[in-house]
Design a protein around this ligand. Structure first.
Ligand code: AP5
Length: 253
């Protein structure tokens, strides 16, 4: 997560607004990240948001934030959504679209945005198109991170996430300086409830069935930027930036 954005409007929804804004960027960048669970969307998202100054908008983070609320305060739809998430299943389109619709003003943010985890189905993508068109904003690109299955499972099983700032670490490839403590903010690191072997299997099946068709959807619209996601985070970032920079230079504001 970019340290510049507090994301209150996105995480809390229901009319909440951000208290801290970074300086306006010269050219707001608007991106969508696609890729299987564990392909590194969150990791690359942090780097991309730092680079472009845009705000990271993850639907998964909204659900994880809701987990820490008193269950009595959650709507029945959100309680069902959290059950789906824990099992690794996709949350229903209706619930996710409603959640994004409540936060649609984030897409007019003067800093731009980077959607991570939405859309995940063709129906969600069509709804997103409508929301953006209604606000006169357009996507710059859809980055699709591609990684072999064995590496995905290795990455997810070793992941640890910060409860406070949501930064991610990995027991082997990106260990924190002190075990269980976030390097960035000192928060507690934990293992996500959906990073169990059974939930990982269900999530990968959901990705194959529902999200892969989106690659074709955005390819047809000329927005797709495929990125090989093997190698270190810095190597992947360099690859993403090379492809993206030439594309952004070609695109008028
Ligand atoms: P969400 O939070 O979106 O999770 P996800 O798509 O499953 O993706 P992940 O966060 O697991 O992985 P990532 O690609 O960000 O990888 P990361 O960078 O952390 O969604 C969770 C759930 O919410 C869904 O299953 C669903 O139930 C629900 N949901 C959310 N949105 C929805 C929607 N639109 N519709 C329906 N349901 C929805 O990296 C993983 C690990 O690898 C880390 O430990 C990291 O340190 C390490 N790593 C990263 N890059 C590298 C590298 N280059 N080399 C070595 N290690 C690396």
């Amino acid at each position: 997560m970019s340290a510049q954005h507090d994301r209150t409007a996105w995480i809390c929804g229901a009319g909440a607004s951000c208290t801290e804004f970074p300086s306006p960027v010269e050219r707001p960048v608007r991106l969508v990240l696609l890729g299987a669970p564990g392909a590194g969307k969150g990791t690359q998202g942090e780097l991309l948001c730092e680079k472009f100054g845009c705000c990271p908008l993850s639907t998964g983070d909204v659900f994880r934030a809701a987990r820490s609320l008193d269950p009595a305060r959650l709507s029945p739809a959100m309680q069902t959504a959290l059950g789906c998430m824990q099992r690794g299943e996709l949350v229903s389109d209706e619930t996710v679209i409603e959640l994004v619709r409540e936060r649609v003003h984030c897409m007019e943010c003067r800093c731009g945005f980077m959607l991570d985890g939405f859309p995940r189905t063709i129906r969600q993508a069509e709804k997103l198109d409508g929301m953006l068109a209604g606000r006169g904003v357009a996507l710059d690109a859809v980055l699709s991170f591609e990684l072999p299955r064995e590496e995905i499972v290795r990455r997810l099983s070793g992941r640890r996430t910060c409860r406070t700032c949501r930064s991610t670490f990995h027991g082997i490839t990106k260990p924190p300086a002190a075990e269980g403590v976030c390097d960035r903010c000192g928060g507690e690191l934990y293992q996500r409830v959906d990073d169990t072997p059974e939930s990982i299997r269900v999530r990968l099946e959901a990705y194959d069935g529902s999200t892969i068709p989106l690659v074709r959807y955005y390819e047809k619209r000329g927005l797709l930027v495929p990125v090989r996601a093997d190698g270190s985070p810095d190597q992947v970032f360099t690859r993403a930036m090379e492809t993206l920079s030439s594309r952004m230079l070609l695109k008028p504001d």
